[in-house]
Design a protein around this ligand. Structure first.
Ligand code: UDP
Ligand code: MG
Length: 314
């Protein structure tokens, strides 16, 4: 296999991954062997509470500041912020984003390099099977992608992950998008560029446990929708119009009944139903508007996306 000479920055966000850090590094070294491509592993310690930073530092001692780089956050800023920090700090002609738990198989790296050499700006991997994943999560995840693709300006493949190799040009484009509430999977699609999709079979994490609760995933999904679509906001006017229409039809019906058949109406239950219905619609619409307002608020504060406590990158 011949590759052009590259330098690849391998970016991996880690949050409480003390067992995974050495495993990850060993597996990367194994898979990069024999490739015509130098590499650095850039660990982003996302405010871990365990021995993650110590594990990273012991790799630095063993392999040096060029092979093992790290940025350690002042607190947990979330995976999206870690991805941003890594992209911003990388200086190789290629970068790849990978989870630290080996759920993004490093064995795919040579194939990804080949695709970039073939002229693609990025090579992204998607999962084809989700073994052991709760069925509810699977259904919700598929529903999420189908809703998002229909109502937003981006088009995302179900099973898309953050496992992606890209050229420096494409990386710089992503870094130029400085929004605070980030949804990288959407940003990668939004900026354009030529992406080659490759599939891989889902694997279990190497050690430790997942950092995503069900609620955290729901929030993440809602964040993605709000970031790439204003359709929920427009829903307000459509729903409002529908409710008005329903009210007009209903009152016409009642007036007719009274005039034609002389029905004696006691409107009590009707009123309760109407109040509840309209109240519910208004409250949920306020919630949607609030969701966007919260975004506007957090964006205009222009806070940094992450804060570094410690790093070995000069
Ligand atoms: N991660 C992170 N910050 C967080 C949560 C997760 O940097 O707040 C990292 C985590 O260490 C891992 C990757 O993001 O390398 C994916 O997380 P995880 O494996 O928990 O998610 P899952 O694979 O279960 O979706
Ligand atoms: Mg994982």
């Amino acid at each position: 296999m011949t590759h052009k000479k590259h330098h690849l920055d391998i970016i991996t966000p880690c949050f409480n991954e003390q067992e995974c850090v050495p495993l990850f590094f060993a597996e990367i070294s194994r898979c990069m062997q024999g490739l015509d491509c130098s590499y650095s592993v850039l660990f982003i310690d996302d405010g871990s509470q365990d021995g993650t930073l110590a594990a990273i530092k012991s790799l630095v001692e063993k392999y040096g500041n060029e092979s093992v780089k790290y940025i350690s956050f002042a607190r947990n800023f979330g995976k999206e912020a870690a991805i941003y920090a890594g992209l911003e700090a990388s200086d190789g002609d290629l970068v790849v984003l990978m989870d630290c738990d080996l759920q993004h198989p490093p064995a795919l790296l040579p194939a990804m390099l080949d695709e970039i050499d073939a002229g693609y700006d990025s090579c992204a991997a998607y999962r084809v099977e989700r073994k052991g994943e709760p069925w509810l999560r699977k259904i919700l995840s598929n529903a999420f992608f189908s809703v998002l693709n229909h109502i937003s300006e981006v088009d995302m493949r179900p099973g898309v992950t953050d496992f992606r190799m890209m050229t420096r040009n494409m990386k710089d484009a992503v870094v130029s998008l400085r929004e605070y509430e980030r949804f990288s999977k959407g940003l990668f699609d939004w900026i354009g560029y030529k992406t080659k999709w490759i599939e891989y079979e889902d694997v279990q994490r190497a050690a430790g446990k997942t950092k995503w609760s069900f609620i955290a995933l729901l929030k993440y999904a809602a964040g993605g929708l709000v970031a790439f679509s204003t359709t929920p906001l427009r829903l307000a006017s459509v729903l409002g119009a529908l409710v008005v229409l329903a009210a007009v039809v209903y009152s016409a019906f009642i007036i007719l009944q009274v005039l034609v058949y002389g029905t004696d109406y006691s409107g009590f239950s009707t009123i309760i139903i109407l109040i509840m219905f309209i109240g519910g619609v208004i409250i949920s619409l306020l919630g949607i508007i609030g969701e966007y307002l919260a975004r506007v608020y957090s964006e205009i504060k222009r806070r940094p996306i992450y804060i570094t406590r410690e790093t070995n990158i000069k």
